[in-house]
Each structure stands twice: as structure tokens, then as C-alpha cells.
Design a protein around this ligand. Structure first.
Ligand code: ADP
Length: 436
């Protein structure tokens, strides 16, 4: 700044001096001013040329404010360069890491267009890189279930399982994870082996259960006739216990068979219009019988014209499991409410009891097979440990979800949430049956 002031003063001094010597001081001052303006514009033009020069040249020599400008711009340029280098190093590292991933990984833009894909993406999804750059992923991989995860409301937990577009024998599990401002990582994992071993496990359990069914029925039959013909009280008691255990095994076997049937994903259940209020009426009557001496107080509230598009026998199993759990785990004279209602989110089946409650720590694992909060109690109540696993599977197959709330000592509530799309109103169902 000092240099600039000196320069202005110097030019002014020379102009005044020239005015004194040659006369016309004002004209000399104007000439001095024009000279200063010319110098400023020339320097600015030079600065602009330097700034726009893509080559990284050192700033030219300058004085005053211009010199400071050069220095500040140069420092910023250098900082940006280091940052750019760092970023491209990160990018290279990221690309190397994703390229090394065994899962097919694709970077999608906000329009679901492909921005980059790794090697497995080529091998199991058939994405050609760079030819397919800019193509929408749903144009290249066509599957109705894909829409669920590349839509706008991404659920990070959600995965869909679809066959590979280039080899239907390869089964893929697909997940989409948002990152950055509007980008998404599309990850496809080859789960062919996992699916195969799950199928083998499920087939094994189904076969064993099937094989056990006949011997158990025979044992049960003999025990019954022995019980009928025994006078000895001690023996009668022992046979009674044996029969009870045989029934328990039969229950486990039939629940296992039901579960493995539900697990066969591709076998979608046949759907019909289910009159849920009638179904709940029947379950309610059975629950009252099951309650027996416990003398529970039941309330049933059900929207009579609210029907469901679903599989009757599967829904029956799920709902009756929830209600019979409420009966099993609610002390005598407790209250059990069964409510079937709809709201703007969909249809809901709620079972609420005033039982012992479930500690929060157990809630996330309740639907695992054979998971029990209180092993001894569950066994003595005759539970198989498979009821809630069945409920979860049935709900999955109906696009529904189970929500469990519980307060220790106050009770539990189990709510099945069905999407609005599975609701059938009585009027609609009448017109469907008339059309048929
Ligand atoms: P089980 O046949 O043992 O009842 P479930 O899968 O139906 O198996 O339930 C798993 C566990 O969840 C039960 O063992 C029990 O501890 C707990 N549970 C289920 N329903 C209730 C309820 N209404 N109140 C308290 N605990 C419950």
C-alpha cells in the first residue's frame, strides 16, 4: 500500500513540476491521472492472464496492493492444488478398495444413473463399464422388486433378493446405501451358496419333522389307550406326563413343518379376501376356552367391513399365536384386548394384555426360533418357542410388520401393521364376488 501511495504522489509531483515549467498544470495533472489509470488496468489485465493460466507459473513481480493480491491468490491456488491432490488420492484409494470388494458395487447419481461400477458389477450384473455410464440402473436390471430399494424413501435395512440378470442361477441380495449429497451405493452380494445351504437346512428340518410325525402319532395313540385301561394311580400319573410331553412334541413338529413351509420364499401363498372380524371372533372363542380357570376378561373390537387381502390359514396361525400367547403369559383375571382397526397408514391387528410384560432387552430377539424370555415358564405353559417366528414369517409374506411394546408388570402389546394396499373394504369385496 505504501508503494502505491508513493507512486501516486510521485506522478502528482512530476505533473505539478511539469505544470510549473511548461504551464497548464491541470492538463499535466490529468495526464498523470490517465497514466495511473493505464498502469492499474494493465496490471489488472496481467493479473487476470496469470489467474487464467492453467499452468502453474509463479506470480510475476509486482508492487503494492497488486503484489499482495498475487501472493494471496498464489497461496489459495497452492492450497487448492494440495486439496485436489489429496482428494484424487482418496478417490483412487476408494476406487481401489471398492474394486477389491467381492460384492458388485455401483455408484448411482440422483437419477439412478450409473456413475461407476467395479469388476464384480460387470461379472454378476452384466454392467459394461464405461459403455453403460449414464444409463439408469433400472433400465439395465429389470425386476419388479428393485423399485422398492431405488425409490426415494430408502430404508437402509431393506434388501431385496433377485436373480442375476445375466445368470438366473445366481441369487443376489441387493442393498442401496445413500452417501454424499445425492449419490447412492448400489451393492449386490452373491448369496447363491447361502440360499442353497438355507434351503438344505430348511429341507432337512422339514424332512425330520415329517419323519417324526407318524411315530409320535402312534406313541400318542398307545399312551391314550394305556391311560384308559390303567387303574394304578401312580402309573396313570406317569402315563399322563408322557402323553403331555408327546403332545408337546407333536406341537413342535407341526410348528416346525409350518415354519419350513413359510420359509419357501418362492411358494407365495394364494391370497383371497379374508374377513378378519369373523376370524378374530373364532380366535376369541378359542382363547376363552384356553383361558379356562384363569378367567381372563376379553375385549374384542373389530371393524366389521375391514377385510384383508391375504392367506386365510397363515393369518389364522399368526393371529391365534398372538392371542394364545396373551392367554399363556397373563395371570388369572387379567385383561386381554383384541383390536382390528384401520387408519391412514393401513390396517392393524392389536393384541394387548395386562400380563407380566417382557424386559426391553429381550424385545429385539423375540421372533427368533426357540427364543424364550423365561424358559421354565414358557415350557410349563406348553409353548413351542416357535409361535412368534411363525408370526414374523406370515407377516413378511403379507408385506406387514410386527411391533412389540411392553412395560414390565403392566403388560405387552403386539401389533401387526398391514399396508393400506392390502385392505379390502366390504363394498369392494361384494362387487368382486358379484363380478365373479
Ligand atoms: P412360546 O411358544 O414359548 O410362547 P413364542 O415364540 O410364541 O414362543 O414366544 C416367545 C417368547 O416371548 C415366549 O417364550 C415368552 O417368553 C415371550 N412372550 C410372547 N408373548 C408374550 C406375552 N404376551 N407376554 C409376555 N411374554 C410373551
Amino acid at each position: 500500500m505504501r508503494e502505491d501511495i508513493i507512486r501516486v504522489l510521485l506522478v502528482g509531483f512530476i505533473a505539478v513540476l511539469a505544470g510549473i515549467i511548461f504551464g497548464h498544470t491541470l492538463i499535466w495533472l490529468c495526464l498523470g491521472l490517465f497514466y495511473l489509470l493505464f498502469v492499474i488496468y494493465r496490471d489488472l489485465h496481467q493479473f487476470l492472464l496469470w489467474m487464467n493460466n492453467p499452468k502453474d507459473v509463479e506470480p510475476p513481480d509486482a508492487i503494492g496492493v497488486l503484489d499482495q493480491l498475487y501472493r494471496a491468490a498464489d497461496a489459495r491456488r497452492k492450497r487448492n492444488k494440495t486439496r485436489k491432490k489429496q482428494l484424487s488420492r482418496y478417490l483412487k484409494r476408494f476406487k481401489k478398495a471398492t474394486a477389491a470388494l467381492p460384492d458388485a458395487t455401483i455408484i448411482l447419481g440422483d437419477e439412478n444413473e450409473i456413475q461407476w461400477g467395479n469388476k464384480p458389477a460387470r461379472e454378476i450384473l452384466g454392467i459394461k463399464w464405461p459403455q453403460d455410464a449414464g444409463q439408469r440402473i433400472d433400465n439395465l436390471i429389470r425386476h419388479p422388486e428393485l423399485g422398492q430399494i431405488i425409490g426415494n424413501d430408502i430404508n437402509l435395512q431393506q434388501t431385496v433378493e433377485i436373480p442375476s440378470p445375466i445368470d438366473p442361477d445366481i441369487q443376489l441380495s441387493i442393498q442401496v446405501v445413500p452417501y454424499g449429497k445425492a449419490q447412492r451405493l448400489f451393492i449386490a452380494r452373491d448369496i447363491t451358496e447361502l440360499t442353497r445351504s438355507n434351503r438344505m437346512r430348511s429341507d432337512f428340518v422339514a424332512n425330520v419333522s415329517h419323519e417324526l410325525r407318524t411315530p409320535l402319532t402312534i406313541i400318542g395313540g398307545y399312551l391314550e389307550s394305556l391311560l384308559d385301561n390303567t387303574e394304578d394311580r401312580q402309573l396313570h400319573k406317569q402315563l399322563g406326563t408322557m402323553q403331555q410331553q408327546a403332545h408337546r412334541m407333536q406341537d413342535i413338529v407341526s410348528d416346525l413343518l409350518l415354519l419350513s413351509r413359510l420359509e419357501q420364499h418362492e411358494k407365495q401363498p394364494s391370497f383371497e379376501t379374508v374377513i378378519v372380524s369373523e376370524m378374530l371372533g373364532k380366535i376369541h372363542r378359542e382363547a376363552m376356552r384356553l383361558s379356562g380357570e384363569k378367567d381372563h376378561v376379553f375385549y374384542l373390537e373389530a371393524e366389521a367391513d375391514l377385510f384383508l387381502h391375504g392367506n386365510h390359514s397363515e393369518l389364522y396361525s399368526a393371529f391365534s399365536n398372538l392371542v394364545s400367547n396373551a392367554v399363556k403369559y397373563t395371570p388369572a383375571r387379567g385383561v386381554i384386548r383384541i383390536i382390528w382397526y384401520s387408519d391412514k397408514y393401513g390396517a392393524h391387528m392389536l393384541v394387548k394384555d395386562t400380563g407380566q410384560g417382557i424386559p426391553a432387552i429381550h424385545l429385539p430377539r423375540l421372533t427368533e426360533r426357540f427364543y424364550r424370555v423365561d424358559r421354565g415358564r414358557a415350557r410349563s405353559e406348553g409353548g413351542t418357542g416357535l409361535g412368534l417366528a411363525i408370526v414374523k414369517h406370515v407377516l413378511n409374506r403379507h408385506g406387514a410388520e410386527l411391533h412389540v411394546d411392553s412395560v414390565m408388570g403392566q403388560g405387552s402389546s403386539f401389533r401387526c401393521d398391514f399396508p393400506a394396499s392390502s385392505i379390502v373394504r366390504q363394498a369392494e369385496s361384494d362387487s368382486i364376488s358379484q363380478n365373479n
